[in-house]
Every structure is written in structure tokens, then in C-alpha cells.
Design a protein around this ligand. Structure first.
Ligand code: ADP
Ligand code: MG
Length: 230
């Protein structure tokens, strides 16, 4: 129901591309996301940051800006004392990039310890012949560089999703190479299946990327989402 609302709200605004404002889609499908909220003033940002232990991550929220870090729209590790200024900076950078950009606000998010995890990507594309294709691979900057991804046709079963983890060359990274603690594979597998279910339930979703899905020893957390709706 909440998922339907998020998609309807986007459609009502006339947005065909959604970003952070669609994070609720993930929680509606039982996918873990970092604590956080989208706010629309520096004061509200500080309240949101104070509600989260330690430093936070702040991101500009705009349907016109889909690659936020490319325009300086993501600040990782912001102390409470810097939240006000960072809010203004993020909005200014977005305006500078595109003066008429619709800015819905700023997302204040819990800071995850990426050293303890592996950034992966789960994506969906619709193929005219096969329907939704689900992709899994290493996330972050590695997606383009390593082209280490694998694809299945949705809906993806549990054995198929497990097979996707086996497929990628980076699999040892997930399984504890070099003395690292192995990530919670079951949680990555169930996230792949839940996203596969989401796009099966909503044919209006043409394309979807969760990048990164941070795979950690204690579970997988979806940090960022981007999707195209019809
Ligand atoms: P975009 O892909 O639009 O540039 P992201 O939300 O994916 O924006 O953030 C870019 C990068 O910043 C991520 O790939 C990740 O490395 C880092 N990052 C984002 N959110 C967090 C977070 N909550 N905790 C730790 N690192 C983060
Ligand atoms: Mg991203």
C-alpha cells in the first residue's frame, strides 16, 4: 500500500525518475535501509541528525539530480555542528548545477561503516522479450570498471538468487577473503528476491537500481535507490 502511494506521488508530480524520495518503497518490501529522513530546512536537518547517533550522511533530494555525488550532492560523515552549513552547501551546489532543478529537500541518513561491508548493486531492467531482468554485482564505482555482474529473469527464486552470488568474480569478497568477516549472504539473497517481487508487482517500474546495497556481516542495507516509472 505504501509502495503504491510512493509511486502515485511521483506520478502526480509528473516525475518519471525517482530517487531518494522512493526509499519507502524498499521498507515497504522489507528491505533494510539506514535510519534517516528527508527534511526541507537546515533546522529540521539538525533535528534529524541529532536523532541519529554519531556523524551522518547528507544528500540532496531532487528528481533532476540522479547521480548525486557527481555534482557534490553527497556529504559523508557530517558532524552535528556542520549540519546547517552542509544543508546550504548541498542546495547551493544543486542550484549551481541546474538553476531550475526541483529540490525536494535533503536526506539526513545514518552513516554506515563501509569498511565492514561490501558495496553491491541490484538493478532491474525490462527486456521486451523476457520481461524484468534482475542484475547483481559489485557496487559503487566498481560496477562500470569491473563489469562484474550477473543477470536473471524475474521472478528470481532463492536458488537462482544464491547462484547470482556464486557467479560474480568478486564472490570471495562477500565470503570473507583476506581475513574479512563474511557478509550475511542470506540477507543479500532475500533482498534480490524482494526487489524482483517489487518490479513484478509494479509493471510501471521500468528500471530500478539499488546502488549501493551495502552487504555487511549482520545484514544488507539499501543506501540509495534510483528508478524510472512509466
Ligand atoms: P549517488 O549514487 O547518487 O551519487 P549515493 O547515495 O549512492 O549517491 O552515495 C554515493 C556514495 O556515498 C555511496 O556509493 C557510498 O559510498 C557513500 N554513501 C552514501 N550513503 C552512505 C551511508 N549512509 N553511509 C556510508 N556511506 C554512504
Ligand atoms: Mg548511488
Amino acid at each position: 500500500e505504501r509502495a503504491r502511494e510512493v509511486l502515485a506521488a511521483g506520478a502526480e508530480r509528473g516525475d518519471t525518475r525517482l530517487g531518494v524520495e522512493a526509499m519507502d518503497l524498499l521498507s515497504a518490501y522489507g528491505i533494510a535501509t539506514p535510519a534517516g529522513e528527508v527534511v526541507s530546512s537546515p533546522d529540521a536537518a539538525l533535528d534529524a541528525a541529532e536523532a541519529i547517533d554519531g556523524d551522518v550522511v547528507m544528500k540532496v533530494v531532487s528528481p533532476d539530480i540522479l547521480h548525486k555525488s557527481d555534482i557534490g550532492g553527497v556529504e559523508v560523515g557530517v558532524a552535528d555542528g556542520d549540519v546547517h552549513d552542509t544543508y546550504e552547501d548541498l542546495v547551493a551546489r544543486a542550484r549551481n548545477y541546474q538553476p531550475d532543478a526541483t529540490i525536494l529537500g535533503v536526506q539526513v541518513q545514518e552513516l554506515l561503516d563501509l569498511d565492514a561491508g561490501v558495496e553491491t548493486i541490484v538493478g532491474v531492467n525490462r527486456d521486451p522479450q523476457f520481461g524484468p531482468l534482475v542484475l547483481f554485482g559489485l557496487g559503487g564505482i566498481f560496477v562500470e570498471v569491473l563489469e562484474d555482474t550477473t543477470v536473471r529473469v524475474a521472478p528470481v527464486s532463492e536458488p537462482e538468487a544464491t547462484g547470482m552470488l556464486d557467479d560474480v568474480r568478486a564472490a570471495p569478497l562477500l565470503r570473507g577473503a583476506r581475513g574479512r568477516t563474511p557478509v550475511d549472504e542470506g540477507s543479500v539473497v532475500s533482498t534480490i528476491q524482494r526487489l524482483s517481487q517489487l518490479v513484478t508487482d509494479f509493471p510501471a517500474i521500468l528500471e530500478l537500481d539499488v546502488n549501493p546495497l551495502v552487504a555487511m556481516p549482520d545484514g544488507a542495507t539499501a543506501v540509495d535507490i534510483r528508478l524510472t516509472i512509466d
